[in-house]
Design a protein around this ligand. Structure first.
Ligand code: DON
Length: 315
């Protein structure tokens, strides 16, 4: 694989951004969480960080956005660190669904009714219930502290407007969670509203591309901070997370993304995409206009363009 250095990528970014920004017109900014709809449709930004802390950025890279489903990769990792593999995979499966990220279809159709994977909403809600802590506040705080550590940004916080908007409009997620309670995946001692509150909070953590490019770099370096040498996440859990990102990270467009870009990635309905080049780069893009699968239109185009130009595909 021919790998270019950051300077070559930097030189190409203005042209790539110009080409890809125009594609945003075909998408729509998410509005089922009303607060998300306030973001500019045509925005597009990118940040790439290498293992010696070299960083290139372009476009609307300072646009703040909430993690949404990108958070699910890291709550999965925290749940694995808190409980181990066996306990986590007793509650969530390892397979893609081919359905929308908030679908309840397979929960009823396929025994034993556990969510197919931890990156769909049902799976991530179950994962929220597995985070260690004596109260929902403590669980949400442990998640926030973990995200602060791995983003190297101790100022990141929950966007309370998005949190309130998500909580008030989450009829679908509530129905998923109550179904999971009814079928015993969320057990008797679990309070459904408390679990949902932990979930809404981690989805509503506000970041910029630089924050999540750092989180991605940690995954690219198998859980060991490349600058300090500190092992923060066990390598096995990074391996599990990256595998889910390949198979389910872009929802039911994961196959298309694997062919077009060829890197582990996770998208969110705020228009963020976190991806990585193993051993090399943490990469983050933001572009709020989404396609019908819930992924950033211009963001996916930009990653396809860069992957083709610099031969990034792992496959
Ligand atoms: O629960 C939700 O619907 C949102 N908090 C997260 C969904 C999401 O980001 C799916 N991504 N493509």
């Amino acid at each position: 694989m021919k790998l270019e250095d950051l300077q070559a990528i930097n030189a190409f970014l203005p042209e790539a951004l110009h080409m890809c920004r125009a594609t945003a017109v075909s998408g729509e900014v998410a509005s089922y969480i009303p607060e998300l709809s306030k973001k500019p449709k045509e925005a597009l930004g990118i940040c790439i960080i290498d293992r010696s802390n070299g960083c290139v950025t372009a476009g609307d890279v300072d646009l703040p956005f909430t993690l949404q489903s990108i958070s699910k990769v890291f709550t999965l990792i925290l749940a694995l660190m808190d409980n181990g593999e066996e306990a986590v995979f007793a509650k969530v499966g390892k397979e893609p669904t081919g359905d929308d990220f908030n679908s309840m279809l397979k929960l009823e159709l396929v025994e034993p009714g556990i969510p197919f994977n931890p990156l769909i909403n049902a799976g991530a809600i179950v994962i929220s219930s597995l985070i260690a802590g004596n109260s929902p506040q403590e669980k949400a705080d442990r998640i926030l502290q973990f995200f602060r550590k791995i983003s190297h940004n101790h100022a990141i916080h929950v966007d309370m407007d998005v949190y309130a908007s998500e909580s008030a409009s989450a009829h679908r997620n509530r129905s998923l969670a109550y179904f999971l309670k009814d079928n015993g995946v969320l057990t008797d001692e679990v309070d459904v509203e408390e679990v949902l509150d932990v979930y809404f909070r981690h989805c509503s953590i506000e970041v910029t591309c630089k924050d999540i490019a750092r989180m991605a770099l940690l995954l690219a370096c198998d859980g060991t901070d490349p600058v300090t040498g500190e092992n923060i996440i066990p390598r096995r859990y990074v391996q599990i997370a990256k595998t889910f990102m390949i198979t389910c990270g872009m929802y039911n467009a994961s196959g298309e993304f694997a062919i077009g870009v060829g890197l582990p990635a996770k998208s969110g309905v705020s228009g963020g995409i976190l991806t990585l080049l193993p051993g090399r780069y943490g990469i983050a893009v933001v572009g709020p206009a989404l396609n019908s699968k819930g992924n950033s239109v211009a963001g996916v185009h930009l990653l396809e363009t860069l992957s083709a130009k610099f031969n990034w595909s792992m496959f």
